[in-house]
Design a binder for this molecule. Sequence first.
Ligand code: TXA
Ligand code: MG
Length: 337
Amino acid sequence: MNTVLLKNNEEDLIKASDMIRSGQIVGIPTETVYGLGADASNENAVRGIFSAKGRPADNPLIVHLADFSHASEYTSYIPEIAEKLAEKFCPGPLTMVLPKNEKIPMVTSGGLDTVGIRVPSHPVMHRIIELSGCPIAAPSANTSGYPSPTSASHVMNDMNGKISAVVDGGDSKYGVESTVISFDNENTARILRPGCITREMLLEVCENVIIDRAILNEVSAGEKVSSPGMKYKHYSPKADIIMAEASAEKLAEYVKLHDGENVYSLVYTGDEKYFPHRCLSYGADSVQQAHMLFAKLRELDESGAEKVYVRAPSAEGVGLAVYNRLIRAAGFEVIKL
Ligand code: TXA
Ligand code: MG
């Protein structure tokens, strides 16, 4: 299959929407990461997403809508707390897991009776949903297990020849995927995947916000999880990632002792002076680190890195999202120096 690169203009967005309406798969920019979009109600198209990514069939897809008012068309019940959150955070990087209705096929929901609903704020994604008239199922547009794509070229790298087109909408603003939440009851939200809508922000609307234990802890085989994605290895470049809770100076000393030709460091912007060679930086604060992390992990692979020591990010606020992605990329291997 020839994968066409489309631009951010009305003519090309009409092409992309026509492709989606006719059951094809298109790489689309969102404010979080790029998605692999298809008509969520078309079972064959959705199966195509799973095969293009090599994604396990029990890992559900998020359904993207142009406006939260359309959520009632695809769900059987919307708690008041979800409506309130939508008023505050939609459109934006928040996904709410709600009970689905029959309009969402089981292939899309990975066999669950719930569906993750998200209203993206990226104007290109928004326009494509509007033009296609479809609810758009879209996982991150990476090969399953690999870091999520934050640019059209990342998507091309993973999906060239496997999907109909990629729409270039520039670099993703946030750089980490949406915050995924479910509801334990009318007052309590549970964070299943941290993102740029933080626990503190959710607490402006919800009485209680629980951080699911699987966000920072490895789940054991057979353990029941709140979100299927928690079971799988994620965000891993080819290089072996080791996360270090350390100051820049301590990490630099450690790397010096464990150095080798293909050993790299990924540190905070400003730390580089301590590292004489093979050092990349991923930002000075959590927001920058969220924005850059995935692109840097891909860049490390391109440099031929085999082992990467990463200076662990703060786990506060947006940092929790960055920490969560890195600890998974590191297979939960953290050293404290
Ligand atoms: O920002 C994002 O959310 C991006 C863009 C493209 O919108 N999408 C994305 O999708 O990250 P994906 O498929 O890569 O990750 C969705 C995560 C998975 O871990 C999945 O298990 C979880 O959300 N999820 C989806 N639907 C769910 C449901 N009904 N119940 C529990 N977890 C769900
Ligand atoms: Mg993903």
